[in-house]
Design a protein around this ligand. Sequence first.
Ligand code: C2E
Ligand code: CA
Ligand code: CA
Ligand code: CA
Length: 275
Amino acid sequence: AKNDGRSTYRFFEDDMAAKIKQRQTLITDLYKATANRELEVYFQPQVTLENGEISGFEALLRWNHSRYGFISPIEFIPLAEETGLILEIGAWVLEEACFLAASWPKPVNLSVNLSPRQIYCEQLLPVVDDVLTRTGLDPGRLELEVTETMLLADHLRVRQTLAKLQEGGVKISMDDFGTGYSSLSTLRRFPFDRIKVDRSFVMSMSKDDDARFIVNSVIDLANSLGIVTTAEGVETKEIAEQLKAEGCTEAQGYYFGKPSPPNQALVWMLGEANG
Ligand code: C2E
Ligand code: CA
Ligand code: CA
Ligand code: CA
């Protein structure tokens, strides 16, 4: 048993070393990724449940690594966040997404995710202003998504920054609602324009009565506060219909469309325009 323990320990040690090395490689590569044009913005449709029309798209970052292929944002966003590189990458995503959205055939919404470092950064307001000016995108079409953990520290300055963005016409959404420790008190602290119900609840709705009850309660709560709702992770027609019946405003998920390259977003919009 003692030998087993030691060999397990050694294995663990090697594994850790490999992981640290891989992490370092990814960080180095991430620095080059923007210059090498390895980062791409994909778009996932958001649909108004009442009429089935596209109401907007969420911009989702993709890293097409020259050797490893597609690497999930779940893996590289945290590295970008730790190294501070997220400021550069975040500004790039914002600009690229706004630039593309400004030329869409329908003036639908564009949602862009913000990271904690971005909202604590003094440069956020000037960066957003600058991007809106240069791309010509109507500020009323831009929605920035934040999670409650970013607001937990409850910095006055962060709330002021978000409020200033709203004054300029930009909307602020609360992403992944329900996954944090204090979703309800976060709602009281900031006037969100939209709540995005986390996909973990939505995806469990069909087999878990409690999940369905939670989703319905969040929709009712948001409706009574006058906040628009988006259900994330809608994978079936059945769930989409339940959400519509419950009064959910919009939905996003594989049932309506997967995150896809910019051209596919155009195809979807033009398809609607042609009937
Ligand atoms: P998120 O903001 O919650 O984005 C939604 C995620 O749910 C996306 O994962 C999307 O592909 C996935 N999804 C959408 N519909 C469905 C569905 O019906 N079923 C399932 N199983 N999944 C669905 P993705 O693209 O892998 O992004 C993961 C996370 O990475 C995002 O979660 C967001 O937190 C972060 N991220 C992505 N792009 C950016 C970015 O440009 N900036 C920042 N700061 N974070 C980003
Ligand atoms: Ca999001
Ligand atoms: Ca989300
Ligand atoms: Ca989520």
